[in-house]
Design a protein around this ligand. Sequence first.
Ligand SMILES: [Zn+2]
Length: 57
Amino acid sequence: MEFTDKTIVCKDCGKEFVFSAKEQEFYQQKGLEHEPKRCKDCRIKKKAALEEKNNKN
Ligand SMILES: [Zn+2]
């Protein structure tokens, strides 16, 4: 199957980001059926916030 770059609107910031063909391939290899809902920035922010929270505990 051929993948093509896809534009998705981020759920958190509302900005458009590209879900690239390479990423789509990666997702499929990992068996992930769902597309990312957030842009890279928001994913990083979310991850950082989560780690910060975990460090506090
Ligand atoms: Zn975002």
